[in-house]
Design a protein around this ligand. Structure first.
Ligand SMILES: *Cc1c(COP(=O)(O)O)cnc(C)c1O
Length: 462
């Protein structure tokens, strides 16, 4: 074990030491990967350290690397040793967190961690909190809790034909489509409320939709506030949505899978004001802290609704100890990994101010990127306090924008993506997800964009 872990640690250190000189994206084709893996037919045993070296090498050569500071990508932050060591410890001792009594130390570590993060949201100490596999499980939990709250017979009897509908903006995460399909609501139960010019849910349009559904005999039960949209980082007007939900007696779920990053910084927290009024909250540690996947979190104002959904009696699990809660009775998961250790160890190592400094640095680098883009003739297109920058260029139409993104990625020095808006526009998108992004990385991105724009072998489509 020691030799194999030491080999992995050596490789990782060497990888990071030279990371800025390496391409962000994969260097091997799918065919080349398959060729290398063809050596593994499981016919004979292999020595673990050599195996470790070989697989580390393959992953290094054939991945898009979120650990690269110039991965301006989707919400996958770089990772720190605290999170990696924690995940190795969790794997090594493999405590079973399905029941408190099975992993009492691990259960208390998670409790303490979630309690600290709950205070950042502003939910009361009586709130329920759990680690999830990711934001999708947390959003599913929110929908199920909302169903149990609105239709108390739902956990036992199902929907019984009740035409239940939920509201999310046209920018909300598509996990709600999957959730509506899997829980039996059906995709048509998801009302995609139009967003305004800043990609935030239009509150008047929401009120109109609720009134129309009620008039048609349908049963609204849930509004999703997206707190940091995946495409452009827009924050729905949480306070106004909480007012609507209070008036209409609807559950408010705040999907802050990535936007929750602002909760970690005293400077950015005010932009999420009102989130403490939500009935439930999704927040991904694996998108907002430098920890490995998967570490989602679900917070519910009241425990009784999730309990109504998930509590069961079994013939084979020993009884819950008084004064504790067994996770398998409170959540969808049964066998449960020690998800929270990497979050705990990262918070403990950095301290509260260290974590805030990481987030503030990412926000500052995003501001710097906005400035540099404007200076270089680009137009910043989105409006968010979060470190996500969408931009356009007057010389590019939608096809040209896609082609430019492809060229930048193909060059391999930086990674960015594109987003498509409901009205057909296409923007470029760069998210500062890595805590080590420096001014030189920002300038490298702007330089790569300029090269892609000007070095056209054939002109970019206009
Ligand atoms: C990523 C994301 C999700 C899904 O979270 P996973 O951890 O990928 O399952 C949900 N909502 C938003 C807003 C997201 O950005």
């Amino acid at each position: 074990m020691h030799d194999a872990l030491a080999a992995a640690a050596r490789r990782w250190d060497a990888w990071n030491a030279g990371i800025r000189e390496r391409p962000v994206g994969p260097r091997l084709s799918n065919e080349a990967i398959a060729e290398r893996l063809a050596a593994y037919d499981f016919a004979r045993p292999r020595e673990l350290t050599a195996l470790t070296e070989d697989l580390a090498d393959l992953i290094e050569q054939a991945s898009l690397h979120p650990t690269h500071p110039r991965y301006f990508g989707l919400f996958v932050p770089g990772v720190r040793p605290s999170g990696i060591v924690a995940d190795a410890l969790a794997a090594a001792y493999n405590p079973q967190l399905g029941a408190w009594w099975h992993g009492p130390a691990a259960s208390q570590v998670e409790r303490l961690t979630l309690d600290f993060l709950r205070t950042r949201i502003g939910l009361p100490p009586s709130a329920f909190a759990t680690f999830t596999t990711g934001g999708s499980e947390a959003n599913l939990t929110g929908v199920l809790a909302a169903l149990a709250a609105a239709f108390p017979r739902h956990p036992q009897d199902g929907l019984e034909g009740v035409p239940a509908v939920l509201y999310a903006s046209d920018q909300a995460h598509d996990s709600f489509v999957k959730i509506a399909r899997t829980v039996g609501l059906g995709e048509r139960a998801v009302r995609r409320v139009p967003s305004d010019a800043r990609q935030r849910m239009d509150v008047d349009a929401l009120c109109t939709a609720i009134a129309a559904d009620r008039a048609a005999g349908r049963a609204p039960f849930l509004v999703v506030a997206t707190v940091g949209t995946t495409a452009t980082g827009a924050v729905d007007p949480i306070g106004a949505l909480a007012d609507v939900c209070g008036r209409e007696r609807l559950w408010l779920h705040a999907d802050a899978a990535w936007g929750g990053i602002a909760l970690l910084s005293d400077a950015l927290r005010p932009h999420l004001a009102g989130i403490e009024r939500a009935d439930s909250v999704t927040w991904d540690a694996h998108k907002t802290l430098p920890v490995p996947m998967g570490a989602g979190m679900f917070f519910g104002r009241e425990r009784r609704f999730t309990e109504a959904v998930f509590s069961v009696r079994t013939a084979y699990v020993p009884e819950t100890e008084p004064g504790t809660h067994d996770a398998y009775q409170q959540t969808l998961q049964w066998s449960r990994r020690f998800i929270g250790l990497k979050v705990f160890m990262t918070l403990a190592e950095l301290g509260r101010s260290g974590v805030a400094a990481l987030v503030d640095h990412q926000a500052a680098m995003a501001d710097r990127l906005r400035e540099s883009l404007r200076a270089a003739g680009w137009t910043v297109a989105n409006d968010t306090p979060l470190p996500l920058v969408c931009f356009t260029h007057r010389d590019l139409d939608a096809r040209g924008t896609s082609e430019l993104a492809r060229r930048v990625v193909a060059e391999g020095r930086v990674w960015i993506s594109e987003v498509h808006l409901p009205d057909g526009r296409t923007w470029l998108r760069a998210c500062v997800t890595h805590a080590d992004v420096g001014p030189a990385d920002v300038e490298e991105l702007v330089g790569a964009l300029a090269r892609a724009l000007s070095s056209a072998p054939c002109a970019l489509p206009r």
